[in-house]
Design a protein around this ligand. Structure first.
Ligand SMILES: [Zn+2]
Length: 410
């Protein structure tokens, strides 16, 4: 095994995964995933397929490669589905410290789909112009329009990380006292406006101040938000996919916040000893030479990114039949879940899964695969007890009404 490591490390420019995978102990365990198709095949129990090789480019940064993550199939599937379909409503990763939640989220950077993003410091986009006219964009962008230039450019979506201890002003934006006297320019853009069309990542969301969480969730739900400071106000778009992590050991999440995350992914420590050792070797190799590890997965990463783009394009064509939907709803009803977000997430994630599998119709298998991630942590014992208690009271009320009416009629 050590000989293998040496040959692997001696190669400068890796050309394929087989020859250059990070030092590996994986003779006895199944190979990792090499594409989103692999991931789908593995979670659905299908066999692996062959792949055409594609040209690879080097990324500027070197996040741990998504395809090099060992195990954690549920986390990987949930994260990929959230890239394919933003209507899933965000993802919450629940698990103890040190299980690779943050590594998993950051590894998405190289898989990000392409989006149109503002070229302007103040976040002006073409839609602002369409909706609010010239007053809704900054003077620089008015000039750009006059010159026939675009206000936004197609580029890779980004992962915007909310800093720990983020304050309300950082998130929403703040008044820039020194700026020019144009309403839009008096407000410094906040993190939320930078997150538009991107992924917003909140580590330890359960430790964030309530007021900050509320603002973020409102902006995510509405897709835009307005900052008002005295006579100045500015509206920004905030259509982002929210990804949060929480370690239940460090405090609970308010139920109303928990409800607003779409998929809930459990991320536990790897149980298989071989997998754990493989994960250790890969992280050791990554720490020694991140660039090389990233390069050894570059081709597969590019392919996975193309697969995600293709699934995104296919998504509008994916349908869910009424019969299939009814079974999903029956499950949610059986579990006594009140929130409509349960079925939105279940159905939208199932559609994304079908698209990732190049199918235009959601099957029962899709629903079965997604259901645990969509419905867990949604049942409320409090509400259940509350309604049970209320049901008794309702019966007493009806009995009393019947009795009094009867007496009145006699
Ligand atoms: Zn502008």
């Amino acid at each position: 095994m050590m000989e293998e490591d040496k040959t692997t490390n001696s190669q400068q420019v890796p050309t394929s995964l087989e020859k250059n995978e990070a030092p590996s102990a994986s003779e006895g365990i199944p190979a990792g995933i090499r594409s989103i198709r692999d991931l789908i095949d593995q979670v659905t129990g299908r066999n692996l397929q062959d792949y055409d090789e594609v040209d690879a480019g080097y990324a500027e940064q070197w996040p741990f490669p998504f395809l090099a993550l060992v195990g954690q199939q549920e986390m990987k599937l949930g994260l990929v589905l959230s890239l394919i379909n933003p209507n899933i409503g965000g993802v919450l990763l629940v698990g103890p410290r040190g299980t690779g939640k943050t590594t998993g989220v950051r590894s998405l950077i190289d898989l990000m789909p392409y989006v149109y993003e503002s070229n302007c410091y103040y976040g002006c986009v073409e839609e602002d112009l369409e909706v609010g006219g010239m007053d809704a964009i900054c003077p620089n962008c008015v000039e750009k329009i006059a010159r026939g230039e675009d206000l936004s450019t197609l580029r890779s979506a980004r992962l915007v990380e909310l800093p720990l201890n983020a304050q309300l002003e950082d998130v929403l934006g703040s008044v820039d006292q020194n700026a020019a006297a144009h309403a839009r320019m008096r407000v410094r853009r906040g993190i939320l406006s930078y997150a538009d069309q991107n992924l917003l990542y909140i580590d330890e969301v359960n430790l964030l101040k309530n007021e900050v969480v509320d603002v973020i969730l409102d902006a995510a739900a509405q897709g835009s938000y307005t900052v008002r400071r005295g006579q100045f106000s500015a509206t920004y778009r905030s259509r982002f996919t929210l990804i949060g992590t929480m370690n239940p050991e460090e405090g609970a999440l308010r139920p109303q916040i928990l409800d607003r995350f779409g998929l809930r992914l459990f991320v536990q420590g790897l149980e298989d000893v071989d997998e754990r050792f493989e994960a250790y070797l890969r992280s050791k190799a990554y720490m020694a030479n991140p660039k090389q590890v990233v390069a050894s997965y570059a081709e597969e990463t590019m392919l996975a990114r193309d697969e995600i783009s293709a699934a995104r394009q296919m998504l509008p064509k994916v349908t869910l039949s009424k019969e299939t939907a009814k079974l999903g709803l029956a499950l949610i009803q059986k579990l006594g879940i009140a929130s409509l977000r349960a079925e939105i997430t279940l159905f939208e994630a199932a559609r994304a899964l079908a698209a990732a599998d190049s199918r235009t119709e959601v099957t029962l298998d899709d629903l079965q695969q997604i259901a645990p991630m969509a419905v867990r942590l949604r049942r409320s014992t409090f509400m259940q007890n509350y309604f049970d208690g209320q049901k008794m009271e309702e019966e007493e009320i009806l009995d009393a009404i019947t009795m009094i009416m009867k007496a009145g009629n006699e």
